[in-house]
Each structure stands twice: as structure tokens, then as C-alpha cells.
Design a protein around this ligand. Structure first.
Ligand code: AMP
Length: 214
């Protein structure tokens, strides 16, 4: 099954798409994670993407499309995959449909995580991420056992540069102007499933599996 997760920054896309991928035994592909890895590895793509990302702006469509095109052709994607954070613009959504149509494939479901915008800023400001394994914490809602360090591997936790308040505002604006219109695009042909993304994490995961018919 080929699935897209989309929603505002801080809606829980990353956490929930990883959980759903683990349940359905298909890879979860996050363009944000891929770009952060490219920055860490100092690749040409990372160098081009970094300034956009740090400021909270979207990376240009052509860079993202190249990245995704290559990734979904890999052998672990044959049974399907979950896209997290892609598409984020109408150009990307249309390009994805075209890419898949060429392979006689289609995108079956789009999970839209709906959340009160007021909650989003608090979630993002308090987010901390393990510098080694990427596990996410929240200073108030999901604190690690030892403050500042990952429960899984003991590595230090860090704040993403784009989780600073100034970048958060730019990201929310980019979401509102460029990504939110995707809801209409996918609702038109019945692929959109809206899921209420507030409350208990396990309960939200169940709502998502329900929306996927599991
Ligand atoms: P995320 O981890 O999904 O919050 O993405 C972090 C940042 O990576 C975004 O604010 C963008 O700068 C960039 N990014 C990730 N996915 C995309 C995409 N599909 N299109 C453009 N920029 C993206």
C-alpha cells in the first residue's frame, strides 16, 4: 500500500507514520529525515537544502522530486511505503501522481492529521530529538528519564534548528499557503482520510489504522 501522511508541522506526522510503517511492515520515508541526513553527511544536496531548512522555508521542488524519485524505486519499496512530509506543494503532489502512473501504480490513501494550530507551537518548541537515533521527546509531555539524554542509547538530545520560534512561524506560514491546499486535491478523488490528531498517541495510531481499513 502506498500512503501519504500530511498535516501541519507538529501534528505528529513523523511519530505516527513511523508507527504505522512498523505495523504494516512497509518503510516510512521522511523527506525531512533524508534532508537532515544529507546535511549531516555534507552532500551537495545537503549544502543546497540547509539554508532553506534552517529558516523554516520549503526546499525547492526540483531537489525534493529528485530525492523521492530515486528512493521509491529501491527494492524495499516494492510492497508499498509511507511518505512523511512529501508532497508538500501541489507541484509535488501532481508530480508524484505522474511518477506513479508511469509505473502503473497509484497512491491509495492520504492520511490528514488534523490538529488545533494553537497546540502546534507548544509541541514544536518543546520537542527534543536524540542526536544518535532520532527518537523524539517533549520537555513537558514526554520527558526523558535523565534530562537531556536519550532513554534508548544515552546520547544527548538536541533541538532542531527549525524548532526555534522564528522558524516555527515561517514553517506554519509555508504549511498554510503551500501544503494545506493538498487536502482539497486529495479529497476530490476520495483519497483523503482525515484523522483527529489530538490526544493519546496510541489512540491516534488506532484511528489511523482504522482509516486505512485495518
Ligand atoms: P520535516 O522534518 O518534515 O518537518 O521537514 C523539515 C524541513 O525540511 C521543512 O521545513 C523543509 O525545509 C524541508 N522539507 C521536508 N520535506 C519537504 C518537501 N516535501 N518539500 C520541501 N521542503 C521539504
Amino acid at each position: 500500500m502506498r500512503i501519504v501522511f500530511f498535516g501541519a508541522p507538529g501534528s505528529g506526522k513523523g511519530t505516527q507514520s513511523k508507527r504505522t510503517g512498523a505495523t504494516l511492515l512497509i518503510p516510512q520515508l521522511s523527506t525531512g529525515d533524508m534532508l537532515r541526513a544529507a546535511i549531516k553527511d555534507k552532500t551537495a544536496l545537503g549544502a543546497k537544502a540547509q539554508s532553506y531548512m534552517d529558516q523554516g522555508q520549503l526546499v525547492p521542488d526540483d531537489l525534493i522530486l529528485g530525492l523521492i524519485h530515486q528512493r521509491i524505486k529501491a527494492s524495499d519499496c516494492h510492497e508499498g511505503y509511507i511518505l512523511d512530509g512529501f508532497p508538500r506543494t501541489l507541484v509535488q503532489a501532481e508530480a508524484l501522481d505522474e511518477m506513479l502512473a508511469k509505473e502503473d501504480q497509484s497512491l491509495e490513501r492520504v492520511i490528514y492529521l488534523e490538529i488545533d494550530p494553537e497546540l502546534v507551537v507548544a509541541r514544536l518548541k518543546g520537542r527534543r530529538v536524540c542526536s544518535l537515533c532520532g527518537e523524539e521527546y517533549h520537555v513537558d509531555h514526554r520527558p526523558p528519564q535523565k534530562p537531556g539524554f536519550c532513554d534508548k542509547d544515552g546520547a544527548p538530545l538536541a533541538q532542531r534548528p527549525d524548532d526555534q520560534e522564528k522558524s516555527i512561524r515561517v514553517r506554519l506560514e509555508a504549511y498554510h499557503n503551500q501544503t494545506a491546499p493538498l487536502a482539497q486535491y486529495y479529497a476530490k478523488d476520495g483519497r483523503l482520510a482525515s484523522v483527529h490528531a489530538e490526544g493519546d498517541i496510541d489512540e491516534i495510531s488506532l484511528r489511523i489504522l482504522n482509516a486505512l481499513g485495518h
